[in-house]
Design a binder for this molecule. Structure first.
Ligand code: AMP
Ligand code: GLY
Length: 423
């Protein structure tokens, strides 16, 4: 079969790498892809948000299955457009993707189906939001309602910070229309974990556990990022907790979406806060996590293509996924300065040496090819992912890869996975 992967980051490189191992697949296209992906797939110069052009391409090339990596095309309705042209596609439709696209939508869903999460209220009037903050006090969390590339959340330690965040979002409109309304919620204390489940709208197939590291610097300091590294399995998610998450969060979410006439198919990403063995939802995402996909898919033994196909067709039987016993750890190499401004176009060395290391994969995220040389192009540049018999071994493997790769001002965390070891 012919497969099209939409996107061009580390998550999509990992998906392409995993899909390429399937005996069912003859040819993979990726739009727009990146230089790492180009080693495994045919990259097509169509942006991930050019959804009509992608549909025309898929029709012309008779693509059998399309997999969407990022959230924006999902919230734009790429799935609806493909399906109305008779094309098979993996991911939620526009209505269901609101679970990520609108914080108000997801908070209301959780309230309706008693899914544990932080207490909250939505506001579209600035003065009301300020009054609520003064009533509730700090710490408190302010979120722009719409998509803000992971930057629309302010965890405010003081009332003044919270009010300043509401001013930025609602008055100065720093996130544009995404900030027309805000969700203000209770601050949750605890340990975060990411939980993923494949679903066809009815059946659920959970993945192994994982955790990422959101802050840019060691010891969880500095601003939030898209994710500076991830590992799987995550010891915080015990077998018992896994069951609680499925029973009290994932199942009621999928059943609730169906009951609301808005069935959700694809992969559901639940961001969790865990305290005293009790999970609560921080947020939902409508896609694979990045970088969580890197360690998760490196550990996945089963062929992913039949699972993706079954989700797209509404035929996910209650099977299971086989996982390698090994642990996997992904260390993100970022451009110095990220998540703020950074210099681009700097030549990267050591990729050939890293490729020769066993049980190590270097997934490209923000790279480009300039005069035959791989250079940094985005904030998160590479995801160096190692397998090992334990999390400790996988950490060593990943950092062995990190040591051989270099460019000017490269930045990475030195403590990826340490949280798992400290337990
Ligand atoms: P979100 O975009 O909703 O995932 O939020 C980004 C990050 O902000 C999360 O990964 C958490 O670290 C933090 N966060 C969001 N909501 C809360 C909350 N209610 N309490 C504590 N931290 C939160
Ligand atoms: N790792 C965080 C995300 O994918 O949103």
């Amino acid at each position: 079969m012919k497969v099209l992967v939409v996107g061009g980051g580390g998550r999509e490189h990992t998906l392409v790498w995993k899909i390429a191992q399937s005996p069912l697949v003859k040819h993979i296209y990726c739009a727009p892809g990146n230089p790492g992906i180009a080693e495994l797939a045919e990259c097509v110069h169509i942006g991930a948000e050019e959804i009509e052009t992608l549909r025309d391409f898929a029709l012309a090339e008779q693509i059998d299955l399309t997999i969407v990596g990022p959230e924006v095309p999902l919230t734009m309705g790429i799935v609806d457009i493909f399906q109305s042209s008779g094309l098979e596609i993996f991911g939620p439709n526009k209505a269901a993707a609101q679970i990520e696209g609108s914080k108000g939508f997801s908070k209301d869903l959780m309230a309706r189906y008693n899914i544990p999460t932080a207490k909250y209220q939505s506001f579209s009037v600035h003065a009301d939001a300020v009054t609520y903050i003064k009533e509730q006090g700090a710490p408190i969390v302010v979120k722009a309602d719409g998509l803000a590339a992971g930057k629309g959340v302010v965890v405010a330690m003081t009332e003044a910070q919270a009010i300043a965040a509401v001013d930025d979002i609602m008055l100065d409109q720093v996130f544009g229309a995404a900030g027309a309304s805000v969700v203000i919620e209770e601050f949750m204390d605890g340990e975060e974990a990411s939980f993923f489940a494949f679903t066809d709208g009815k059946n659920i197939l959970p993945l192994a556990s994982s955790q990422d590291h959101k802050r840019v610097n060691d010891n969880d300091e500095g601003p939030n990022t898209g994710g500076m590294g991830a590992y799987s399995p995550a010891p915080v998610v015990t077998e018992e907790l896994h069951k609680v998450i499925v029973d009290t969060i994932v199942t009621p979410t999928i059943e609730g979406m169906e009951q609301d006439g808005c069935p959700y198919s694809g992969i559901l990403y639940v961001g969790l806060m865990i305290k005293d063995g009790q999970p609560r939802v921080v947020e939902y995402n409508a896609r694979f996590g990045d970088p969580e996909a890197q360690p998760l898919l490196m550990r996945m033994k089963s062929d992913i293509v039949p699972v993706l196909q079954a989700c797209a067709r509404g035929k996910l039987c209650q099977g299971s996924i086989d996982w390698h016993e090994k642990a996997a750890v992904c260390v993100v190499l970022a451009s110095g300065g990220y998540p703020a401004a950074y210099e681009k176009g700097l030549p990267i060395s050591g990729l050939t040496e890293a490729a020769a290391i066993e049980d190590l994969m270097v997934f490209h995220a923000g790279t480009a090819l300039k005069d035959g040389q791989i250079v940094n192009q985005g904030g998160r540049v590479l995801g160096v992912t190692g397998l090992g018999d334990s999390v400790k071994d996988a950490i060593e493997k990943a950092y062995t890869g990190v040591q051989v790769i270099h460019w000017d001002k490269v930045h990475y965390r030195h403590d990826i996975g340490a949280r798992a070891l400290n337990r």
